[in-house]
Design a protein around this ligand. Structure first.
Ligand code: ATP
Ligand code: MG
Length: 149
C-alpha cells in the first residue's frame, strides 16, 4: 500500500467558489480514486497543528487564518505513485507558475489561495491521513480495509 495514497484538501476559497465538483472531476480524470472524504471547518488549533512545519515562515499566521475561514474538503486519494503524481496534477505552489491543465492553473487565484493541498512525501501522507481519518475506517477502492499505507 505504501506509495499509493495521498491526502488532499480543497481549500476554503475553492469551496466558496463552488469548485468542489470541478476539482474532484480533475482528480478522477487524473486517475485517482477517492477513498475517503469529508467537509469540515478547521479550528485554529487544527490548522496550526496541520501546518506546524511552516510555523517559522512569515506567512504562517495568514495561512492559518485563511485555512480556518470556511469549510474545506479533506480526501484520501489512491493511485500508484500517489504523492508525486498528485503534486504534478496540482501544479506549482504559485499558480502563476503552474502548468496548463493543472488544478492550480485553473482554480487558484494566488500563492496563498492556491485551491488545493497535497502531501509532499509518503510519510507526511500517512500523518496527514491520520490527522483527518480514523484508519480503521479507511477503505481501498476495492472496498477492503486499508491495513497499511
Ligand atoms: P500545500 O502544502 O498547501 O500542498 P505546497 O506544498 O505547494 O502547498 P508549501 O510550501 O507547503 O506549498 O506551502 C504551504 C501553503 O502555504 C501553500 O499552499 C500556500 O497556501 C501557503 N504559502 C506558501 N508560500 C507562501 C507565500 N510565499 N506567501 C503566502 N502563502 C504561502
Ligand atoms: Mg506543502
Amino acid at each position: 500500500m505504501k506509495g499509493n495514497y495521498t491526502l488532499t484538501m480543497i481549500k476554503p476559497q475553492a469551496v466558496k467558489n463552488q469548485n468542489i465538483g470541478n476539482i474532484l472531476a480533475l482528480i478522477n480524470n487524473g486517475g485517482f480514486r477517492i477513498t475517503a472524504m469529508k467537509m469540515l471547518v478547521l479550528s485554529n488549533a487544527q490548522a496550526k497543528a496541520f501546518y506546524a512545519i511552516h510555523k517559522e515562515r512569515p506567512f504562517y499566521g495568514e495561512l492559518v487564518e485563511f485555512m480556518t475561514s470556511g469549510p474545506i474538503i479533506a480526501a484520501v486519494l489512491e493511485k500508484d505513485n500517489a504523492v508525486l503524481d498528485y503534486r504534478k496534477l496540482m501544479g506549482a505552489t504559485n499558480p502563476a507558475d503552474a502548468d496548463e491543465g493543472t488544478i492550480r492553473k485553473q482554480y487558484a487565484s494566488n500563492i496563498q489561495n492556491n485551491a488545493v493541498h497535497g502531501s509532499d512525501s509518503d510519510e507526511n501522507a500517512k500523518n496527514e491521513i491520520n490527522f483527518f481519518f480514523a484508519t480503521n475506517n479507511l477503505y481501498t477502492s476495492c472496498g477492503e480495509l486499508v491495513e497499511e499505507f
